[in-house]
Design a protein around this ligand. Structure first.
Ligand code: ADP
Ligand code: MG
Length: 266
């Protein structure tokens, strides 16, 4: 019971309220090879917020934990500790239905992950029909519209191996978008592409950003990060080592490891 004469209530600690996505103290370990029973810490207490209509870009060396971070957000890997709050609800709680949570996100991986035996259209309609239980005609109409928006309206009946890498990745992006996800998770989606195909995919992502899509993006493309990021987080050994605007982190890094990482890219 609180007394009207008692001390003022302490300020409510920011537990992710108001953010679309918040990570609090997220920790993830994997078994360490060669050390029986040993664990390797891959995410070491990550705090991160993504507000609706904002784009947060993760940068860092290979092995710094970017993919693992995206995978735990999409509940593809379980965390050891910490909270993953989606609209304030802790979705890392294993009692929740992971598919219901995942349906609110769209994820695109480095390698296109299209099903080779399905047409582009069937790849894009699979989740709407199976997960979201939409009728075939409705799912196909939504898929055709989305494929048109990513510039693949003429390829709906093609199979993945009949597409260029850039087209396959645009199809994977259409598939991630077709259910209207609240959050897009993009993991180095241009890394597997031939250099001349990178631009078309980055341009598409910049358009999605301009539409106000909420995005959490891991990338090695610093030019792209500068163009789209509201915030850049530099990960090092599973920690957010430096964060800020792209101008701050990429243009005027404060910490030596960030500077060393950026030097190596040149
Ligand atoms: P990044 O995407 O920044 O390159 P990752 O998140 O892929 O980094 O990997 C971070 C570390 O976690 C790496 O050392 C990697 O070897 C390790 N790791 C990732 N996934 C697994 C796994 N399933 N089992 C064991 N170790 C893993
Ligand atoms: Mg990775």
């Amino acid at each position: 019971m609180s007394s009207p004469y008692g001390p003022a209530a302490p300020a409510v600690q920011d537990a992710g309220a108001g953010h679309l996505l918040s990570l609090r103290g997220v920790r993830k370990t994997f078994p360490a090879p060669g050390a029986p029973g040993g664990r390797r810490v891959v995410l070491d207490g990550i705090d991160l917020d993504v507000d609706a209509h904002r784009c947060v870009v993760l940068v860092g060396s290979s092995g710094s934990g970017k993919s693992t971070l995206l995978r735990v957000v999409n509940l593809l890997d379980e965390v050891d500790d910490g909270q993953i709050l989606l609209d304030g609800e802790d979705v890392a709680d294993p009692r929740l239905d992971a598919n219901r949570v995942r349906a609110r996100m769209g994820m695109v991986f480095q390698a296109y992950n299209l099903f080779p035996h399905l047409t582009v259209l069937d790849n894009v309609t699979l989740a709407p029909r199976l997960v979201h239980r939409r009728a075939r005609a409705e799912a196909e109409a939504a898929a055709v519209e989305m494929l048109g928006r990513v510039g693949l309206g003429h390829k709906v009946t093609a199979y993945p191996d009949q597409l260029s890498g850039g087209e396959q990745q645009r199809a994977a992006i259409a598939r991630a978008l077709v259910n209207g996800p609240e959050l897009l998770l993009l993991d180095e989606v241009t890394s597997a592409l031939d250099p001349e195909l990178v631009g078309e995919v980055l341009d598409l992502l910049a358009e999605l950003r301009a539409e106000g899509r909420t995005m959490l993006v891991a990338t090695h493309e610093m030019g792209f990060a500068r163009r789209v990021a509201d915030e850049v987080c530099f990960l090092h050994e599973g920690r957010v080592h430096e964060r800020g605007t792209p101008e701050q982190v990429l243009g005027d890094p404060q910490r030596e490891r960030t500077r060393a990482f950026l030097r190596r890219l040149h």
